[in-house]
Write a protein that binds this ligand. Structure first.
Ligand SMILES: *Cc1c(COP(=O)(O)O)cnc(C)c1O
Length: 219
C-alpha cells in the first residue's frame, strides 16, 4: 500500500480528539511530501539536524514535533520553528529550551517525558522527579516555555496487559497533574502510542499518537 493509503486508513480509525504525529525519521523528503499531499501537517522527527534539514526543504505550514532524546547544545537549531518538544526529561534541558525560545522571542510548547516502561534504557522522569521539577522555583520562573502535557513509551513487549497497565499509569499521573494550571503549565496533551500499540493507548486516554512504520514502512 502507498504512504497515502496507509495514512488515510489510520486517520479514518482515529477519534476526532486524537492528533496524529507522522513519524518520518530516516525517511526522505519525497516520502514526507506524499503524506503532506494526502493532508498530513504534523510530522515527528528524533534528530534535530535531520528535522531542521527537512524543515528548510518543506512547506512552511507544517508543524514539526521533536520526539527524540535531545542534546542541549542542539536546541538552538530547532528553537526558531519547532511546534512541540515531546521528550523533555530534565530541568536543565527545559532551561536551555527556555533560553533559546527567549532569543527567538517566542514560547515553546513542551511535554515532559515520564518513564513508565520496565526497561532501564528508556528515558524519562519518574513520578518523584516530575513532582520535583514542577514544584521548583526555577521551573515556575521560566516564561518562554509552556508544559502542555506528558509523553511516555510503554515497554517493548507482546504482553498487552503490561502495556495497558503502563499506559493507565501514565493517564493517572496526567489526570493528577492536570488539576493545577499556571502561566507556564496547562496539561492538555497526553502523547502515548506508536504503530504497535496506538489503539490500546487511545483506549487508555491518549490524545496524541506517534506513528511511523505503519505509515512510511519499516526503517
Ligand atoms: C520512532 C518513534 C516512534 C514511531 O515508532 P513506530 O513504531 O515506527 O510507529 C514513536 N515515538 C518515538 C519516541 C519514536 O522514536
Amino acid at each position: 500500500m502507498s504512504i497515502r493509503e496507509n495514512l488515510l486508513n489510520i486517520k479514518a480509525t482515529l477519534p476526532s480528539q486524537v492528533t496524529l504525529v507522522a513519524v518520518s525519521k530516516t525517511k526522505p523528503v519525497s516520502d514526507l511530501m506524499q503524506a503532506y499531499e494526502a493532508g498530513q501537517r504534523v510530522f515527528g522527527e528524533n534528530k534535530i539536524q535531520e528535522m531542521t534539514d527537512k524543515w528548510e526543504q518543506m512547506p512552511k505550514d507544517i508543524e514539526w514535533h521533536m520526539i527524540g532524546h535531545i542534546q542541549s547544545n542542539k536546541v538552538k537549531y530547532m528553537a526558531p520553528y519547532v511546534s512541540l518538544v515531546h521528550g523533555v526529561d530534565s530541568l536543565k534541558l527545559l532551561e536551555e529550551i527556555n533560553k533559546q525560545a527567549q532569543k527567538n522571542n517566542r514560547i515553546i510548547d513542551c511535554l515532559l517525558q515520564v518513564h513508565i516502561a520496565e526497561e532501564e534504557t528508556k528515558f524519562g522522569l519518574d513520578e518523584n522527579e516530575l513532582d520535583e521539577l514542577l514544584q521548583s522555583d526555577t521551573f515556575k520562573n521560566l516564561k518562554n516555555i509552556k508544559i502542555v502535557g506528558l509523553m511516555g513509551m510503554a515497554t517493548f513487549t507482546e504482553n498487552r496487559t503490561q502495556i495497558k497497565k503502563e499506559f493507565q499509569h501514565l493517564k493517572t499521573i496526567f489526570d493528577k497533574n492536570q488539576q493545577l494550571t499556571t502561566d507556564n503549565r496547562q496539561l492538555k496533551t497526553l502523547s502515548m502510542g506508536m504503530s504497535g500499540d496506538y489503539q490500546l493507548a487511545i483506549e487508555c486516554g491518549s490524545t496524541m499518537v506517534r506513528i511511523g512504520s505503519s505509515i512510511f514502512g519499516t526503517r
